[in-house]
Design a protein around this ligand. Structure first.
Ligand SMILES: *Cc1c(COP(=O)(O)O)cnc(C)c1O
Length: 464
């Protein structure tokens, strides 16, 4: 399979090259030239497969020609064996036809483990084959960083530098990153916010000369392989509640539009999905685009759901590419204008977006209220991101005879503040993390200066 850039000017690449490159040279994001499409009969035949076997079926067409079936099989087996629930992505029923898809049974208790546990293995595999090393640089508002570090800590071919906004991630999140003392893991606490971190990563990719010949790789969801891995659980959830014969709907707490975009792809690949609900917090640009064709940046607000505190949702560009008939020049023009001004989609394009997605934005007070109410009614404790997803699901759900599945993107223990605000007791750390608060930490606080960050990375990276 070949991959092309959403801005139409970068060369098309193989899966392995896209895996290591991250962003395209022309500033665009890579997408498959053509999606695999599965028949209903084929999807139905996967019913009852263990998660890792289903993952193999869904992922194999995307890596064909680069990764052998045997290698892929081994990597997905290893990846999903580290999850501490035998179902990997279990469903919990809250009410009639209302389900929660628990995606937090991986090592860092958030859904990002699904992709990053696999990404680390895939990168290591390709680098070993090529006899190369790669420097990973990533920005995190919390969950990406710990999941990426967990995914890369055992690699012999990767150094990983993760920037988080200093004092702006929860203590559990920080400790999950900074207590990994492997000598290829570097945590930078940047004196800025998440968008500052993301901006620095983007600038570093654009000019990698500070690495003196070494190359950067990306673990943010601009990396295609992350999206690819996330497509799988839409299939597993659907199959578990009667798909593909029965359509299902999904509600997805959204920040960078990566997770929900994977759901859109599952639908394009033949999975019957009736509704895809984009759930946002007060940083609601996606809700404003979908509901009112208003693609304008507001000031970034800090909310009780920090993993969704994002104003520029990188993966939305992948959707725009499809909606604009895969016209890279049109996407490049739109993204260029969006840098400096508010933009609107052409009316017909906006109609296509609205036909594909519903959306809803939830504020902090409502988030806490949903946590309190669901706990009172069912005893189930939601994390704030999931609470936003559930609220949006309930507001947007059109046909109650179609199952509505809300993606539970994190374990509530990662975000105790809204739980306590909801008048509930903060949950206990699960066994695998019970000593987290005593573990030794290691990180460096750096000023918001690209030159200082570059000097730090250049002086710590391992060269052959
Ligand atoms: C990353 C994250 C999100 C947002 O996912 P995107 O793919 O960026 O849309 C939502 N909830 C949690 C807990 C996350 O860690």
């Amino acid at each position: 399979m070949k991959y092309i850039s959403t801005r139409g000017k970068a060369p098309s690449l193989s899966f392995s090259d896209v895996l290591l490159a991250g962003m395209a040279e022309d500033g665009g994001l890579y997408v498959p030239e053509q999606l695999p499409v599965f028949s209903q009969a084929e999807i139905a035949s996967w019913s009852g497969l263990p998660y890792a076997e289903l993952a193999f079926k869904v992922i194999q067409p995307f890596v064909e020609g680069c990764i052998s079936d045997a290698d892929l099989k081994q990597m997905v087996d290893e990846t999903y064996a580290v999850f501490d629930h035998s179902g990997v992505a279990p469903l919990v029923q809250l009410e009639q036809n209302e389900w929660i898809l628990e995606l937090f049974h991986g090592p860092t208790l958030a859904f990002k483990d699904f992709a990053l546990q696999l990404l680390g293995r895939l990168m290591d595999h390709v680098l070993a084959e090529r006899g190369e090393r790669l420097v990973i640089m990533g920005a995190t508002s919390g969950d990406t960083g710990s999941a990426a570090i967990e995914g890369c800590r055992h690699s012999e071919h990767l150094d990983i530098f993760i920037m988080h906004p200093y004092n702006r991630v929860s203590e559990v999140q920080r400790r999950q990153m900074t207590s990994i003392l492997a000598d290829n893991v570097f945590n930078i606490a940047l004196e800025g916010n998440f968008d500052d971190c993301q901006e620095m990563v983007k600038d570093s990719f654009a000019d990698q000369s500070f690495l003196k010949g070494m190359k950067l790789g990306a673990v943010n969801s601009i990396n295609w392989a992350r999206i690819m891995a996330q497509i799988v659980y839409y299939f597993s959830a659907s199959l578990a509640v009667g798909g593909p014969h029965r359509p299902v709907s999904f509600s997805v707490p959204t920040g960078n539009f990566g997770d929900i975009f994977a759901g859109y792809l599952a639908k394009q690949m033949g999975l019957p999905i009736e509704q895809l609900v984009v759930a946002t917090n007060r940083n609601d640009i996606l809700h404003r685009v979908i509901s009112g064709n208003d693609m304008s940046k507001g000031a970034l607000e800090h909310t009780l759901s920090p993993s969704m505190d994002i104003m520029v949702s990188s993966n939305f560009e992948r959707l725009l590419f499809d909606v604009y008939g895969r016209d890279g020049a049109a996407v490049a023009d739109l993204m260029q204008r969006f840098k400096t001004e508010a933009v609107q989609l052409e009316p017909a394009r906006w109609d296509s977006v609205r036909a594909l997605f519903d959306s809803y934005a939830v504020d902090d007070a409502t988030t806490c209220e949903v946590i309190r109410q669901v706990h009172a009614e069912t005893g189930y404790l939601l994390d704030p991101h999931t609470a936003i997803g559930l609220k949006a699901a309930r507001e947007c759900w059109k046909n109650r005879s179609v199952p509505m599945i809300t993606l539970a993107t994190a374990h509530p223990v990662k975000f105790p503040e809204p739980v306590v605000k909801a008048g509930l007791e903060a949950p206990q750390l699960p066994a695998r993390l019970s000593d987290l608060m005593e573990r030794e930490e290691r990180f460096s606080v750096l000023p918001k200066s690209l030159a200082e960050v570059h000097a730090y990375i250049a002086s710590h990276v391992h060269r052959d």
